[in-house]
Design a protein around this ligand. Structure first.
Ligand code: NAP
Length: 322
């Protein structure tokens, strides 16, 4: 029997993919930092039965057209807005993601962003390193409390609920908004279901953890920021295009809202001249929500396991995208 062919779009540790290498022909792009150029990718997937992708690959009709033998796309992310799922389904190609294994790590980062933005941690560190710390003052770099405040979570899913757990430990009042109610979160974290508008009006912290879909794209627009409190902190760890970045910039600049903690952007990497980078009340991270060493290894292992199940064991994948 011929071995299945697998292409991996980024350099990953050998030990994580050894289980595939034993029983498949595995090829891997040899750069950890740069995505594989499209012409090389399209050449490599011509013979591939399976491909392990990152969120930097656009897996669309054009991609599938180059890969006539493809049986599975294993994405190393829980979000799958980079994949045209309908097109994959039409062609009978299995798609998988990496849910659960990154939930707690991403919730940690979300909570850290809430804290860093509210308590001005990055600004304070830069202040000291720039030699500006000459005196103590009663309101020197004074920020906002988290303890006892109201948090509004838009997208109370796996990560949203893990953020709620952390917020409960800080005695925060928890509001949430989804398309459907989540009785478990209501019971477990005393979370109250409210409309999107009511959440925006009442929250001291507005946290976005929705996936990027046609429905959520541009959800946080000028109107949304106008509804928020003037000292509200907005945190986005979902996906960049859920936010109208120009509207967010205006809202921060004019004092419509108080601060923003952002891990994701419409264009990644963000352009160096992006106006958001000029604001000290915006904390900007390079999409590191799930970036702990343990979790990144767990995500690779789960993507590898999905490929193994489908191409070697001839079994259903562990975490299919439904
Ligand atoms: P999940 O369990 O599927 O949760 C998503 C939540 O969003 C669900 O509660 C869903 O509830 C809600 N939602 C979906 N569409 C909505 C809409 N139109 N309006 C309001 N709520 C909506 O997913 P997860 O594992 O928590 O991950 C969430 C997202 O976080 C991922 O899709 C990914 O984009 C992002 N993420 C980012 C990082 C990072 O590094 N920054 C890391 C991991 C994940 P309903 O279906 O009831 O609406």
């Amino acid at each position: 029997m011929t071995k299945p062919k697998i292409y991996i779009t980024r350099k990953l540790p050998e030990e994580n993919i050894q289980i595939l290498k034993d029983q498949a022909d595995v090829e891997m792009w040899d750069d950890e930092w740069k995505p594989v150029p499209k012409d090389i990718l399209f050449e490599k997937i011509k013979q591939a039965d399976g491909v392990l992708t990152m969120l930097t690959e656009r897996v669309d009709k054009n991609f599938f057209d180059q890969a006539p033998h493809l049986k599975i796309v294993a994405n190393m992310a829980v979000g799958y807005d980079n994949i045209d799922i309908q097109e994959a389904q039409k062609r009978g190609i299995i798609t998988t993601n990496t849910p659960d294994v990154l939930t707690e790590t991403t919730a940690d980062l979300t909570f850290a962003l809430m804290m860093a933005t509210a308590r001005r941690l990055i600004e304070a560190s830069e202040y000291v390193k720039a030699g500006q710390w000459k005196n103590w003052g009663p309101f020197l770099l004074a920020g906002k409390d988290l303890y006892g405040k109201t948090v509004g979570i838009v997208g109370m899913g796996r990560i949203g609920a893990a953020v709620a757990k952390r917020c409960k430990g800080f005695d925060m009042n928890i509001l949430y908004h989804n398309r459907s109610r989540d009785p478990e979160a209501e019971q477990e974290y005393d979370a109250s279901y409210v409309s999107f508008e009511d959440l925006l009006k009442a929250s001291d912290f507005v946290v976005c953890l929705t996936p990027l879909t046609n429905e959520t794209e541009g959800m946080f627009n000028q109107q949304a920021f106008e509804l928020m409190k003037n000292d509200a902190v907005f945190v986005n760890v979902g996906r960049g295009p859920v936010v109208d970045e120009q509207a967010l910039y205006e809202a921060l600049k004019t004092g419509e809202i108080g601060g923003a903690g952002l891990d994701v952007f419409s264009e990644e990497p963000i352009q160096q001249d992006h106006p958001l980078l000029s604001l000290k009340q915006a904390v900007i991270l390079p999409h590191i929500g799930s970036a702990s060493i343990d979790t990144r290894n767990a995500m690779i292992d789960l993507a590898v396991k999905n490929l193994h199940q489908v191409l070697i064991e001839n079994k259903p994948p562990v975490t299919p995208i439904k």
